[in-house]
Design a protein around this ligand. Sequence first.
Ligand code: SF4
Length: 373
Amino acid sequence: MADELGVTLQSGTRIPDAYYMLSDAQLDERIRAAKAKLGEQVVLLGHHYQGARVIQWADFTGDSFRLARLALTRSNAKYIVFCGVHFMAETADVLSPEETVVILPDLGAGCSMADMANERQVDDCWSELAERLPGSKIIPITYMNSTAALKAFCGENDGAVCTSSNAEGILKWAFERGDKILFFPDQHLGRNTGYKMGIPLEQMVIYNPLFGDFECTDEELKNAKIILWKGFCSVHQKFTVEQEEEVRRLYPDMKIIVHPECSLEVVLGADYVGSTEHIIKVIEESPAGSQWAIGTEINLIHRLAEEHKDKLIVSLSGPNVCPCATMYRISPQHLCWALEQLAAGTVVNHVQVDRETRKWAGVALERMLAIAK
Ligand code: SF4
């Protein structure tokens, strides 16, 4: 199928094995050439968790919030090549003009957290809540790390999207409109944000999507302010209080900074907590000679250590690092292939959200952008 630009659209095509025979230098040269040929028609967005060999080609880098804004403002490009994971590419498709084509170099780049909530499970939970809490106004809030279908669910049901940069502002907004919040899919971001806002832990209950039930009594559900979906990030859940104690023991002057996808215990044991963009800012603004143990994805930690050689920067988990395996799927080989195909007139791995989902997911995302200006 050819689009109105005369470009053939394909999805799900497999990368030829020949790309794996190329040396790093050959790949770099070919990516450079394809990018130069495409010029301003294409913009490359790169998430901070990408490896150095991919992020070096990004025109813009950011966390999911910043990249969502960029998708909105870089609307002059015909193509967005997204070096991130699937839900981010979907968000870019929703926020960019309809004619903009979004490409994810490997469609297998998903997110284990986003996969922990699907439409059917959320519908079941929503019906259960309506039955068990008649008369209650519940606002659904989804973390950015979710499918477009779940963002659309929030759009249609008076809810919104949030990111780790703006979760508190979005929850405040939601409490002005309802008496409870259903927060999915990351229990930790929901709990950490609620705790920071002064909501007692006993007023934050858990919904377990695997069993389709609440892990609390009827009374606890009735008194709850936030219903937390039992999802988590496999990378950030790996950080522990024991690791923090070890850092304190070995490096008394070292500061600990963690992402709010870590557990509440780890967040409470840290000196600072914040989104990826916040972590970068804190490190950038810290004085030479300062020491940092960071609880987030390892590619970002390596990059910060490389860029701030005057500071001691290590992973909170020491050598036992857990990279985001799905981000790694956007390899230099996949990037090279996607760009070369595009330069030759074929779009591979096109990410396109259907019209109805796009409309309602757009409503939920625009609410977030308006609240978190
Ligand atoms: S770091 Fe965690 S939340 Fe982020 S993309 Fe990877 S699995 Fe998903």
